[in-house]
Design a protein around this ligand. Structure first.
Ligand code: ATP
Ligand code: MG
Length: 407
């Protein structure tokens, strides 16, 4: 369920193009400032309903599962829904279904370029949050629940900022990912909460919201949670007693907590993961990995980076992706983690940059007795993709190398 019930839902959905050759065109904080304080108004978001849009045929068939080497790639290790979804192009199927309630990918949202001041109806204070907006939650969470230092220069930290929910990126079994803009509205008190004049005014974030057990379909078993420390024994007992409302709520919070901590540690250690902005209960806010492009009519569109399954990189880029991925896996291993669900579905190809996502199930390589099986599976799964793309890689060698770094 979206946390902002009145959030505009009519953002134009467009599948990300996976040509694998995009460069990172995101504007720097300075460029954003120079281009004015774009803020999303509800009016700007009232585009055609996604159900009226036709999938772009050019996006179909980018991922050909037959290219995988079946001997190395065990499809049974995937959840059927996610595997089927991409193979059959469900992600682009926008025909008439309720996009909010099913497990499909929505990989882009139309954003206005420059918006008229204020998203509120006439007579309502534009400096107050309008429909689909809330005050930035940056300051309302404790310091330890915010992202690690040094804060990236693109991050908006001013109290005067609003969070505007722009649409849903993807609904999943356990969590939904929403696109959120955090921006200081035009006319806001320049002094309020501002640490510096140079501070960013606008940024795009992803809000990943975990569902409690009664709403989500958690599939992960003790294989993942074994060896994980739970902060309070009361929580531990509650998680074991999943029938209780408290137990269900705690479990969702624990997954969110686990993802935030894994992102924080991995980012701080230099792994290619989205910057974790903050955690607030069952919501993890993180860097949006993607680009904003402006079309001929001046409309700005946020396009999420495609998953690795959807790109066909050049030979050089493929090698670069391999280097980035193995670097990321090494960083995790040295921290004592295996990703636990690493696959081309949980790796984003952001132009030349590769970003590992979806880390709630990281496993402790020392404390978890199943960890080496999980790590080997991660290695085999990612190697299968690179092998299918023509790179000569060895999952056993990668596994041995990572294990040696972990222990
Ligand atoms: N930081 C991000 N930037 C851009 N897109 C993102 C980001 N995080 C997630 N997404 C998009 O949302 C999708 C789902 O995210 P994620 O894999 O973390 O959630 P999930 O609930 O585990 O989904 P699934 O069950 O499909 O694995 C991703 O495949 C990606 O397309
Ligand atoms: Mg995922």
């Amino acid at each position: 369920m979206p946390r902002f019930p009145e959030a505009p839902k009519s953002v134009l959905i467009r599948a990300a193009r996976g040509d694998g050759n995009q460069s990172d065109t995101r504007p720097s904080a300075a460029e954003r400032r120079a281009s004015g304080r774009a803020r999303i108004s509800r009016e700007d978001l009232e585009g055609p309903h996604p159900s009226t849009l036709v999938a772009d045929p050019a996006d179909a068939g980018e991922y050909d599962a037959s290219e995988y080497d079946a001997s190395e790639y065990d499809a049974s290790e995937y959840r059927a829904d996610e595997y089927e979804g991409d193979q059959h192009g469900v992600e682009q199927d926008t025909t008439g279904a309720d996009l909010d309630s099913r497990s499909t990918g929505m990989l882009g949202a139309n954003l206005p370029g420059t918006n008229p001041p204020g998203a509120n109806p006439p007579g309502v204070d534009p400096a107050q949050p309008g429909p689909g907006q809330r005050w930035s939650t940056w300051r309302s969470v404790a310091k330890g629940q915010r992202g690690p230092e040094p804060l990236p220069d693109w991050l908006v930290t001013r109290d005067a900022a609003f969070d505007t929910e722009l649409g849903i990126l993807k609904t999943g079994k356990e969590a939904d990912a929403f696109l959120v803009e955090r921006a200081v509205p035009p006319g806001a008190d320049p002094a309020s909460g501002s640490a510096s004049d140079q501070e960013a005014e606008r940024c795009l974030l992803v809000a990943k919201r975990y569902r409690s057990l009664e709403h989500g379909q958690f599939h992960r078993g003790t294989e993942y949670t074994e060896g994980r420390r739970v902060r309070r024994t009361r929580d531990q007992r509650a998680m074991e007693d999943r029938k209780s409302a408290w137990g269900r709520a705690v479990s969702a919070t624990q997954w969110a907590d686990a993802e935030f901590v894994a992102l924080r540690d991995a980012w701080s250690a230099g792994a290619p993961v989205p910057y974790p902005v903050q955690i607030d209960g069952t919501e993890v806010l993180m860097e949006f990995v993607g680009t904003e492009v402006t079309d001929d009519e001046g409309r700005t569109q946020a396009v999420a980076a495609p998953r690795l399954t959807r790109v066909r990189p050049s030979d050089d880029l493929l090698e670069s992706y391999w280097d980035q991925l193995t670097h990321g896996m090494s960083v995790l291993a040295r921290l004592g983690f295996a990703h636990g669900d690493l696959s081309p579905y949980n790796i984003l190809a952001d132009g030349e940059r590769l970003v590992i996502i979806d880390l709630p199930q990281v496993v402790d390589l020392v404390a978890n007795p199943f960890a080496s099986d999980v790590l080997l599976r991660d290695c085999r799964t990612v190697c299968a993709w690179f092998t299918a793309r023509g790179l000569d890689v060895d999952p056993d060698a990668l596994f041995a190398d990572l294990l040696a770094q972990a222990l």
